[in-house]
Write a protein that binds this ligand. Sequence first.
Ligand code: ADP
Length: 397
Amino acid sequence: METCIATEELAVLAIDDDREDLAILDHHLRNMVGVRVKVALFDRPEEGLKALAAGRYDVVFLDYQLGPECTGLEVFQRVRALGVDAPVILLTDQGDEELAVNCLHAGMDDYMPKGAASNKSLRRSISNAVEKRALRRDLEFHQAELERTVKDLRASNEEIHSFYHTLSHELKTPLTAIDGFASILADGLQGPLLDDQRDSLARIRHGCAQIKRLLDDILDTTRIETGKLSFHPLPSSLDESVRDALSQCTKRARERRIEVRSSIDPRAEQAWFDPQRVQQVLTNLVDNAIKYSPVGGTVELIVAEDPADARYVLVQVRDRGRGIPADRIERIFERLYQASEDDATIRGGLGLGLYLCRELVRLHGGTIRVESEHGKGSTFMFTLRREPLSTEPRKSP
Ligand code: ADP
Protein backbone atom coordinates (compact mmCIF):
# COMPACT_ATOMS: atom_id res chain seq x y z
CA MET A 1 0.00 0.00 0.00
CA GLU A 2 1.28 3.45 -0.85
CA THR A 3 1.95 5.73 2.11
CA CYS A 4 0.91 9.36 2.13
CA ILE A 5 3.36 12.16 1.63
CA ALA A 6 2.80 13.93 4.92
CA THR A 7 3.40 17.48 3.80
CA GLU A 8 1.20 20.03 2.03
CA GLU A 9 3.95 21.43 -0.11
CA LEU A 10 6.83 19.22 -1.11
CA ALA A 11 10.20 20.89 -1.73
CA VAL A 12 12.08 18.85 -4.32
CA LEU A 13 15.63 19.44 -5.53
CA ALA A 14 16.95 17.67 -8.63
CA ILE A 15 20.46 17.58 -10.12
CA ASP A 16 20.88 16.26 -13.66
CA ASP A 17 23.34 17.49 -16.29
CA ASP A 18 20.76 16.81 -19.01
CA ARG A 19 18.39 19.76 -19.13
CA GLU A 20 15.78 17.90 -21.15
CA ASP A 21 15.62 15.16 -18.54
CA LEU A 22 15.24 17.84 -15.89
CA ALA A 23 12.35 19.39 -17.78
CA ILE A 24 10.57 16.02 -18.06
CA LEU A 25 11.08 15.34 -14.37
CA ASP A 26 9.78 18.81 -13.54
CA HIS A 27 6.66 18.16 -15.63
CA HIS A 28 5.88 14.84 -13.91
CA LEU A 29 6.55 16.22 -10.47
CA ARG A 30 4.18 19.13 -10.97
CA ASN A 31 1.47 16.77 -12.20
CA MET A 32 1.52 14.52 -9.17
CA VAL A 33 -2.00 14.19 -7.75
CA GLY A 34 -2.78 15.49 -4.25
CA VAL A 35 0.48 17.23 -3.54
CA ARG A 36 1.80 20.69 -4.33
CA VAL A 37 5.41 20.63 -5.36
CA LYS A 38 8.09 23.31 -5.30
CA VAL A 39 10.87 22.19 -7.61
CA ALA A 40 14.48 23.43 -7.75
CA LEU A 41 16.41 22.14 -10.77
CA PHE A 42 20.19 22.18 -11.22
CA ASP A 43 22.27 20.96 -14.13
CA ARG A 44 25.52 21.49 -12.20
CA PRO A 45 26.25 19.56 -9.01
CA GLU A 46 28.13 22.42 -7.29
CA GLU A 47 25.11 24.72 -7.55
CA GLY A 48 22.73 22.01 -6.41
CA LEU A 49 24.92 21.32 -3.38
CA LYS A 50 25.06 25.03 -2.54
CA ALA A 51 21.27 25.22 -2.65
CA LEU A 52 21.00 22.12 -0.48
CA ALA A 53 23.33 23.63 2.09
CA ALA A 54 21.32 26.84 2.15
CA GLY A 55 17.72 25.57 2.12
CA ARG A 56 15.48 22.77 3.35
CA TYR A 57 14.31 20.12 0.89
CA ASP A 58 11.99 17.17 1.41
CA VAL A 59 13.37 15.00 -1.42
CA VAL A 60 16.50 15.06 -3.60
CA PHE A 61 16.78 13.52 -7.08
CA LEU A 62 20.26 12.77 -8.39
CA ASP A 63 21.20 11.66 -11.88
CA TYR A 64 23.79 8.88 -11.85
CA GLN A 65 26.12 10.23 -14.51
CA LEU A 66 26.70 13.92 -13.80
CA GLY A 67 29.28 14.75 -16.45
CA PRO A 68 32.38 12.76 -17.39
CA GLU A 69 34.04 12.84 -13.97
CA CYS A 70 31.26 13.04 -11.45
CA THR A 71 28.78 10.37 -10.39
CA GLY A 72 25.54 10.67 -8.47
CA LEU A 73 27.10 8.46 -5.80
CA GLU A 74 29.89 10.99 -5.18
CA VAL A 75 27.37 13.83 -5.04
CA PHE A 76 25.23 11.74 -2.69
CA GLN A 77 28.20 11.36 -0.33
CA ARG A 78 28.73 15.12 -0.40
CA VAL A 79 25.02 15.66 0.28
CA ARG A 80 25.26 13.56 3.43
CA ALA A 81 28.58 15.19 4.38
CA LEU A 82 26.70 18.52 4.37
CA GLY A 83 24.43 17.04 7.04
CA VAL A 84 21.44 16.93 4.67
CA ASP A 85 19.20 14.11 5.83
CA ALA A 86 16.45 14.29 3.16
CA PRO A 87 15.59 11.11 1.22
CA VAL A 88 17.65 10.77 -1.96
CA ILE A 89 16.35 9.09 -5.14
CA LEU A 90 18.72 8.07 -7.90
CA LEU A 91 17.71 8.68 -11.53
CA THR A 92 19.05 5.90 -13.73
CA ASP A 93 19.19 5.14 -17.42
CA GLN A 94 18.10 1.88 -18.99
CA GLY A 95 20.26 -1.06 -17.78
CA ASP A 96 21.72 0.72 -14.76
CA GLU A 97 20.11 -1.65 -12.23
CA GLU A 98 23.43 -2.88 -10.84
CA LEU A 99 24.60 0.69 -10.28
CA ALA A 100 21.31 1.43 -8.60
CA VAL A 101 21.69 -1.52 -6.24
CA ASN A 102 25.19 -0.32 -5.28
CA CYS A 103 23.80 3.13 -4.57
CA LEU A 104 21.04 1.68 -2.39
CA HIS A 105 23.68 -0.24 -0.45
CA ALA A 106 25.60 3.01 -0.06
CA GLY A 107 22.56 4.53 1.66
CA MET A 108 20.39 6.09 -1.09
CA ASP A 109 16.71 5.62 -0.45
CA ASP A 110 15.28 4.63 -3.85
CA TYR A 111 15.94 4.72 -7.58
CA MET A 112 13.85 5.61 -10.56
CA PRO A 113 14.64 4.60 -14.17
CA LYS A 114 14.15 7.77 -16.20
CA GLY A 115 12.17 5.91 -18.87
CA ALA A 116 9.67 4.76 -16.26
CA ALA A 117 9.12 8.21 -14.74
CA SER A 118 5.50 9.37 -14.62
CA ASN A 119 3.56 11.43 -12.12
CA LYS A 120 2.27 8.20 -10.55
CA SER A 121 5.59 6.36 -10.39
CA LEU A 122 7.33 9.46 -9.01
CA ARG A 123 4.70 9.84 -6.30
CA ARG A 124 5.18 6.20 -5.35
CA SER A 125 8.94 6.49 -5.36
CA ILE A 126 8.86 9.65 -3.22
CA SER A 127 6.53 7.96 -0.69
CA ASN A 128 8.82 4.98 -0.62
CA ALA A 129 11.94 7.03 -0.13
CA VAL A 130 10.37 9.19 2.59
CA GLU A 131 9.24 6.08 4.46
CA LYS A 132 12.59 4.34 4.06
CA ARG A 133 14.42 7.42 5.21
CA ALA A 134 12.27 7.58 8.35
CA LEU A 135 12.96 3.90 9.06
CA ARG A 136 16.66 4.40 8.48
CA ARG A 137 16.68 7.38 10.84
CA ASP A 138 14.90 5.28 13.44
CA LEU A 139 17.41 2.50 12.97
CA GLU A 140 20.34 4.89 13.23
CA PHE A 141 18.88 6.36 16.39
CA HIS A 142 18.50 2.91 18.00
CA GLN A 143 21.92 1.83 16.78
CA ALA A 144 23.50 4.90 18.36
CA GLU A 145 21.58 4.18 21.56
CA LEU A 146 22.80 0.57 21.51
CA GLU A 147 26.38 1.69 20.96
CA ARG A 148 26.10 4.06 23.92
CA THR A 149 24.73 1.22 26.08
CA VAL A 150 27.55 -1.14 25.01
CA LYS A 151 30.09 1.58 25.81
CA ASP A 152 28.52 2.19 29.23
CA LEU A 153 28.44 -1.55 29.95
CA ARG A 154 32.10 -1.88 28.95
CA ALA A 155 33.02 0.99 31.23
CA SER A 156 31.13 -0.46 34.20
CA ASN A 157 32.58 -3.91 33.48
CA GLU A 158 36.05 -2.41 33.60
CA GLU A 159 35.16 -0.61 36.80
CA ILE A 160 34.05 -3.90 38.39
CA HIS A 161 37.26 -5.64 37.22
CA SER A 162 39.37 -2.83 38.52
CA PHE A 163 37.51 -2.95 41.86
CA TYR A 164 38.11 -6.71 42.22
CA HIS A 165 41.71 -6.24 41.22
CA THR A 166 42.34 -3.54 43.82
CA LEU A 167 40.37 -5.41 46.48
CA SER A 168 42.36 -8.61 45.94
CA HIS A 169 45.63 -6.69 46.06
CA GLU A 170 44.66 -4.85 49.22
CA LEU A 171 43.60 -8.10 50.92
CA LYS A 172 46.80 -9.86 49.95
CA THR A 173 49.03 -7.34 51.72
CA PRO A 174 47.73 -7.93 55.29
CA LEU A 175 47.31 -11.63 54.49
CA THR A 176 51.00 -11.92 53.67
CA ALA A 177 51.80 -10.20 56.95
CA ILE A 178 49.54 -12.58 58.92
CA ASP A 179 51.12 -15.58 57.26
CA GLY A 180 54.63 -14.17 57.77
CA PHE A 181 54.15 -13.58 61.51
CA ALA A 182 52.42 -16.96 61.91
CA SER A 183 55.45 -18.55 60.27
CA ILE A 184 57.84 -16.72 62.65
CA LEU A 185 55.82 -18.04 65.61
CA ALA A 186 55.52 -21.54 64.11
CA ASP A 187 59.28 -21.73 63.61
CA GLY A 188 59.72 -21.01 67.33
CA LEU A 189 61.62 -17.79 66.62
CA GLN A 190 59.75 -15.98 69.40
CA GLY A 191 59.92 -18.76 71.94
CA PRO A 192 59.02 -22.42 72.27
CA LEU A 193 55.42 -23.52 71.50
CA LEU A 194 53.00 -25.96 73.04
CA ASP A 195 51.58 -28.61 70.66
CA ASP A 196 48.15 -26.94 70.67
CA GLN A 197 49.71 -23.62 69.72
CA ARG A 198 51.67 -25.21 66.90
CA ASP A 199 48.49 -26.86 65.67
CA SER A 200 46.58 -23.54 65.78
CA LEU A 201 49.35 -21.81 63.85
CA ALA A 202 49.27 -24.55 61.22
CA ARG A 203 45.55 -23.96 60.81
CA ILE A 204 46.09 -20.20 60.48
CA ARG A 205 48.71 -20.78 57.79
CA HIS A 206 46.47 -23.27 55.99
CA GLY A 207 43.66 -20.68 55.99
CA CYS A 208 46.05 -18.02 54.68
CA ALA A 209 47.17 -20.28 51.84
CA GLN A 210 43.55 -21.01 50.93
CA ILE A 211 42.59 -17.31 50.87
CA LYS A 212 45.72 -16.49 48.86
CA ARG A 213 44.74 -19.09 46.23
CA LEU A 214 41.25 -17.59 45.93
CA LEU A 215 42.63 -14.05 45.66
CA ASP A 216 45.15 -15.18 43.02
CA ASP A 217 42.31 -16.74 41.02
CA ILE A 218 40.33 -13.49 41.20
CA LEU A 219 43.40 -11.48 40.17
CA ASP A 220 44.12 -13.77 37.22
CA THR A 221 40.48 -13.66 36.13
CA THR A 222 40.51 -9.86 36.04
CA ARG A 223 43.85 -9.92 34.21
CA ILE A 224 42.53 -12.35 31.60
CA GLU A 225 39.37 -10.36 31.06
CA THR A 226 41.25 -7.10 30.66
CA GLY A 227 43.94 -8.69 28.48
CA LYS A 228 46.65 -7.97 31.07
CA LEU A 229 47.72 -11.48 32.01
CA SER A 230 51.45 -12.03 31.73
CA PHE A 231 52.11 -14.97 29.42
CA HIS A 232 55.56 -16.00 28.20
CA PRO A 233 55.52 -19.29 26.28
CA LEU A 234 58.81 -20.91 25.28
CA PRO A 235 60.12 -24.43 24.59
CA SER A 236 59.75 -26.04 28.03
CA SER A 237 59.93 -29.34 29.87
CA LEU A 238 56.69 -30.92 30.99
CA ASP A 239 58.64 -33.16 33.32
CA GLU A 240 59.64 -30.14 35.40
CA SER A 241 56.17 -28.56 35.38
CA VAL A 242 54.55 -31.84 36.43
CA ARG A 243 57.04 -32.24 39.25
CA ASP A 244 56.47 -28.65 40.45
CA ALA A 245 52.69 -29.00 40.26
CA LEU A 246 52.67 -32.30 42.16
CA SER A 247 54.89 -30.90 44.89
CA GLN A 248 52.29 -28.14 45.37
CA CYS A 249 49.58 -30.75 45.87
CA THR A 250 51.51 -33.20 48.09
CA LYS A 251 50.21 -31.83 51.35
CA ARG A 252 46.57 -31.89 50.28
CA ALA A 253 46.99 -35.39 48.85
CA ARG A 254 48.53 -36.59 52.12
CA GLU A 255 45.70 -35.07 54.16
CA ARG A 256 43.19 -37.11 52.16
CA ARG A 257 45.45 -40.14 51.82
CA ILE A 258 45.30 -39.90 48.04
CA GLU A 259 47.98 -41.52 45.95
CA VAL A 260 48.99 -39.30 43.01
CA ARG A 261 50.76 -41.17 40.19
CA SER A 262 52.33 -39.58 37.18
CA SER A 263 53.69 -40.93 33.91
CA ILE A 264 55.36 -38.96 31.14
CA ASP A 265 56.09 -40.39 27.71
CA PRO A 266 59.65 -39.16 26.91
CA ARG A 267 58.51 -38.40 23.34
CA ALA A 268 56.01 -35.87 24.73
CA GLU A 269 58.26 -34.36 27.34
CA GLN A 270 58.96 -31.12 25.46
CA ALA A 271 56.34 -28.62 24.33
CA TRP A 272 55.84 -24.91 23.78
CA PHE A 273 54.33 -23.28 26.88
CA ASP A 274 54.68 -20.85 29.75
CA PRO A 275 55.87 -23.07 32.64
CA GLN A 276 54.26 -20.92 35.33
CA ARG A 277 50.88 -20.96 33.56
CA VAL A 278 50.92 -24.67 32.75
CA GLN A 279 51.89 -25.44 36.31
CA GLN A 280 48.86 -23.39 37.35
CA VAL A 281 46.60 -25.50 35.08
CA LEU A 282 48.11 -28.76 36.34
CA THR A 283 47.86 -27.72 39.99
CA ASN A 284 44.21 -26.75 39.51
CA LEU A 285 43.29 -30.03 37.83
CA VAL A 286 45.21 -32.25 40.27
CA ASP A 287 43.89 -30.22 43.19
CA ASN A 288 40.31 -30.72 41.99
CA ALA A 289 40.95 -34.42 41.38
CA ILE A 290 42.13 -34.72 45.00
CA LYS A 291 39.29 -32.54 46.29
CA TYR A 292 36.55 -34.53 44.55
CA SER A 293 38.01 -38.02 45.18
CA PRO A 294 37.07 -40.22 48.14
CA VAL A 295 39.62 -40.41 50.96
CA GLY A 296 42.21 -43.08 50.09
CA GLY A 297 41.64 -42.77 46.33
CA THR A 298 44.04 -42.54 43.41
CA VAL A 299 44.74 -39.72 40.97
CA GLU A 300 46.75 -40.18 37.77
CA LEU A 301 48.53 -37.58 35.68
CA ILE A 302 49.51 -38.83 32.22
CA VAL A 303 51.48 -36.95 29.57
CA ALA A 304 51.64 -38.53 26.11
CA GLU A 305 51.65 -37.72 22.42
CA ASP A 306 48.24 -36.61 21.21
CA PRO A 307 46.95 -39.60 19.19
CA ALA A 308 44.63 -37.27 17.24
CA ASP A 309 47.27 -34.78 16.15
CA ALA A 310 51.05 -35.24 16.20
CA ARG A 311 51.63 -31.49 16.58
CA TYR A 312 50.30 -31.65 20.14
CA VAL A 313 50.95 -33.38 23.44
CA LEU A 314 48.02 -34.55 25.48
CA VAL A 315 47.90 -34.15 29.26
CA GLN A 316 45.30 -36.12 31.25
CA VAL A 317 44.33 -35.87 34.89
CA ARG A 318 42.22 -38.85 35.93
CA ASP A 319 40.36 -39.49 39.17
CA ARG A 320 37.85 -42.07 40.40
CA GLY A 321 35.89 -39.58 42.45
CA ARG A 322 32.30 -38.39 42.40
CA GLY A 323 32.27 -37.48 38.69
CA ILE A 324 30.15 -34.79 37.08
CA PRO A 325 26.44 -35.23 36.23
CA ALA A 326 25.93 -35.38 32.43
CA ASP A 327 23.61 -32.36 32.42
CA ARG A 328 26.29 -30.17 34.10
CA ILE A 329 29.32 -31.16 32.07
CA GLU A 330 28.66 -28.59 29.34
CA ARG A 331 28.97 -25.69 31.76
CA ILE A 332 31.86 -26.94 33.86
CA PHE A 333 34.45 -24.54 32.34
CA GLU A 334 32.24 -21.47 32.73
CA ARG A 335 33.31 -18.70 35.05
CA LEU A 336 31.91 -19.15 38.61
CA TYR A 337 30.13 -22.41 37.70
CA GLN A 338 29.99 -25.14 40.34
CA ALA A 339 28.37 -28.48 39.63
CA SER A 340 27.15 -28.90 43.18
CA GLU A 341 25.61 -26.34 45.52
CA ASP A 342 27.91 -27.54 48.34
CA ASP A 343 31.17 -26.89 46.50
CA ALA A 344 31.53 -23.31 47.70
CA THR A 345 30.63 -23.94 51.33
CA ILE A 346 32.15 -27.38 51.97
CA ARG A 347 35.13 -27.35 49.62
CA GLY A 348 35.85 -23.64 49.68
CA GLY A 349 35.94 -23.14 45.90
CA LEU A 350 34.86 -20.13 43.87
CA GLY A 351 34.20 -21.84 40.55
CA LEU A 352 37.06 -19.96 38.85
CA GLY A 353 39.65 -22.74 38.64
CA LEU A 354 38.42 -24.54 35.53
CA TYR A 355 37.54 -21.27 33.84
CA LEU A 356 41.15 -20.15 34.32
CA CYS A 357 42.41 -23.54 33.08
CA ARG A 358 40.37 -23.16 29.88
CA GLU A 359 41.54 -19.59 29.27
CA LEU A 360 45.19 -20.47 29.94
CA VAL A 361 45.07 -23.52 27.66
CA ARG A 362 43.43 -21.39 24.95
CA LEU A 363 46.18 -18.81 25.26
CA HIS A 364 48.62 -21.60 24.41
CA GLY A 365 46.57 -22.58 21.36
CA GLY A 366 45.38 -25.83 22.95
CA THR A 367 41.98 -27.17 23.94
CA ILE A 368 40.60 -28.62 27.15
CA ARG A 369 37.71 -30.96 27.81
CA VAL A 370 36.45 -33.50 30.31
CA GLU A 371 35.01 -36.99 30.16
CA SER A 372 33.15 -38.00 33.26
CA GLU A 373 30.75 -40.58 34.59
CA HIS A 374 28.67 -39.54 37.54
CA GLY A 375 29.74 -41.52 40.60
CA LYS A 376 32.71 -43.13 38.84
CA GLY A 377 35.24 -40.39 38.15
CA SER A 378 36.47 -37.83 35.66
CA THR A 379 39.31 -37.39 33.19
CA PHE A 380 40.29 -33.83 32.34
CA MET A 381 42.33 -33.56 29.14
CA PHE A 382 44.18 -30.67 27.60
CA THR A 383 46.57 -30.28 24.70
CA LEU A 384 49.69 -28.18 24.28
CA ARG A 385 51.48 -27.37 21.07
CA ARG A 386 54.92 -28.78 20.46
CA GLU A 387 55.80 -25.79 18.27
CA PRO A 388 54.95 -22.07 18.63
CA LEU A 389 51.40 -20.98 18.02
CA SER A 390 50.33 -20.12 14.50
CA THR A 391 46.90 -19.38 13.10
CA GLU A 392 46.04 -22.85 11.76
CA PRO A 393 42.76 -24.38 13.06
CA ARG A 394 42.80 -27.13 15.66
CA LYS A 395 40.80 -30.35 16.21
CA SER A 396 39.44 -31.21 19.70
CA PRO A 397 41.45 -33.72 21.76
P1 ADP B 1 36.01 -24.90 42.41
O1 ADP B 1 36.89 -23.85 42.93
O2 ADP B 1 34.60 -24.81 42.88
O3 ADP B 1 36.59 -26.27 42.50
P2 ADP B 1 36.50 -25.16 39.57
O4 ADP B 1 36.29 -24.18 38.48
O5 ADP B 1 37.85 -25.69 39.77
O6 ADP B 1 35.92 -24.50 40.88
O7 ADP B 1 35.51 -26.34 39.31
C1 ADP B 1 34.16 -26.05 38.98
C2 ADP B 1 33.27 -27.16 39.44
O8 ADP B 1 33.54 -28.33 38.65
C3 ADP B 1 33.50 -27.57 40.86
O9 ADP B 1 32.74 -26.78 41.74
C4 ADP B 1 33.00 -29.01 40.83
O10 ADP B 1 31.60 -29.01 40.96
C5 ADP B 1 33.35 -29.48 39.42
N1 ADP B 1 34.59 -30.28 39.37
C6 ADP B 1 35.82 -29.82 39.04
N2 ADP B 1 36.73 -30.81 39.03
C7 ADP B 1 36.06 -31.93 39.36
C8 ADP B 1 36.42 -33.31 39.53
N3 ADP B 1 37.68 -33.71 39.33
N4 ADP B 1 35.45 -34.18 39.88
C9 ADP B 1 34.19 -33.77 40.04
N5 ADP B 1 33.76 -32.50 39.90
C10 ADP B 1 34.68 -31.59 39.57
